[in-house]
Design a protein around this ligand. Sequence first.
Ligand SMILES: Cc1cc2nc3c(=O)[nH]c(=O)nc-3n(C[C@H](O)[C@H](O)[C@H](O)COP(=O)(O)OP(=O)(O)OC[C@H]3O[C@@H](n4cnc5c(N)ncnc54)[C@H](O)[C@@H]3O)c2cc1C
Length: 421
Amino acid sequence: MRVVSTPLSAEQVRAEVETWIAENWNPDITVAEWWQRMATAGYSSPMLPPELGGKGYTRDLAIVVSQTIGAKGCVAAPTGLGLMLAAPTIAAHGRAEQHRRFIPPILDGTDSWCQLFSEPGAGSDLAGLGTKAIKDGDEYVITGQKVWTSGGHYADWGMLIARTDPDVPKHQGITYFAIDMHQPGILVRPLREMTGRAMFNEVFLDEARVPAEYIIGGLNNGWAVANTTLMVERASLGSAGGGGGGMALPGSVAKQLTRRVGDFVGASGEGGGGGSLGPGTVKSFTKLARANGKIDDPVVRQGLAELQTLVSVNLWNIARARSGQGRTGVEGNLAKMLLTHTLRRAREIGNGIIGADGMLVGRDTASGGSIQELTIFSPGPSIYGGTDQIQRNIVGERGLGLPKEPGDPRKVPYRDLPKNG
Ligand SMILES: Cc1cc2nc3c(=O)[nH]c(=O)nc-3n(C[C@H](O)[C@H](O)[C@H](O)COP(=O)(O)OP(=O)(O)OC[C@H]3O[C@@H](n4cnc5c(N)ncnc54)[C@H](O)[C@@H]3O)c2cc1C
């Protein structure tokens, strides 16, 4: 008899995760032990295929997993860019031995990663990057500067893109490396943001070394590999996944692995949670407006209805993209743009509700500080992962087939291009 496997429903996945939590969650074990249990069960990164430590789930089902873990008040899978970006990129482009070397310590939180892409002269024009990688025996020697490196101060590894051939057009001479951040040639200096935190850094690479065997996806093929990272980043940001019942930081530097996991329940991690937005946001705004007597204000009412509409439209867009119907290839870009627009509107509508209290920050202020947190964080998402303008360029050129800008730099060797500074 032939057994036909049918895809799991969201309800089945939720029930399975609830059963697993009942058997495995214990606030008195360490963060490391909890993440080890999650990794063994395939719940750290459920979208990865089972042979790489995942469950082979769609993004929808992966979100059901993280939402269920959050709803049960358990600490989420390791936060940061290792799980979000490095694991799926290495899964897609790495060799089998690189899968074995890098993915398991990401899933159980042993290693923390950062993204060494942007440079002072190369952000939107990422392919114009100038950090050099020069071969020296079995290693590459890296010299240059990166900037806006989120989590660089507690990273064990970096997703590095560097120029390995300046004599070919800029997109063709870039290589993607996994670089060990703990070495004398790497200096990480924190940059303080207006949130008051120093979430990102500038990173100076002065003859840092990386073995040739840590090239991901082949020599001079880094642009294609980096695009996988960027596509995953946009899709993850746009879908604004599932909340956790608490967050902890992975890796050897943050020193949270040996602590009691129950102590991280309710913790919002380094980002402060200012970028999260969903149906719960509209509910909490409505509750606030009821509590402070603004619920009858027609402008506030209109704002709440608009926010509900934007959040719903984003969810429907994502659902349509996942159904595969009417695919344009730029759904991730559209979802990210809609999210950044919604964040800005949420900032304005939220401040309309709390009024002058919006000038005070802290958990003991109006909205528990969440609207203020959202306000000062709100410009970030429209910049990282590619600015709104760059998303529009992509939608225009790749989605609508509009002509590219004249004087295509793709044909000129990098060495001959005009440079900043
Ligand atoms: C909170 C945060 C976290 C970040 N984390 C990381 C990280 O971990 N790792 C990392 O590598 N980077 C990170 N970044 C950097 C981010 O990716 C860059 O800031 C972004 O790509 C923009 O580059 P830029 O800052 O150099 O701006 P620029 O590229 O100089 O752009 C300046 C302005 O010009 C516009 N512009 C530029 N080119 C065009 C064009 N062709 N058409 C239309 N408009 C254009 C842009 O939209 C923007 O408004 C982070 C940024 C932020 C804000």
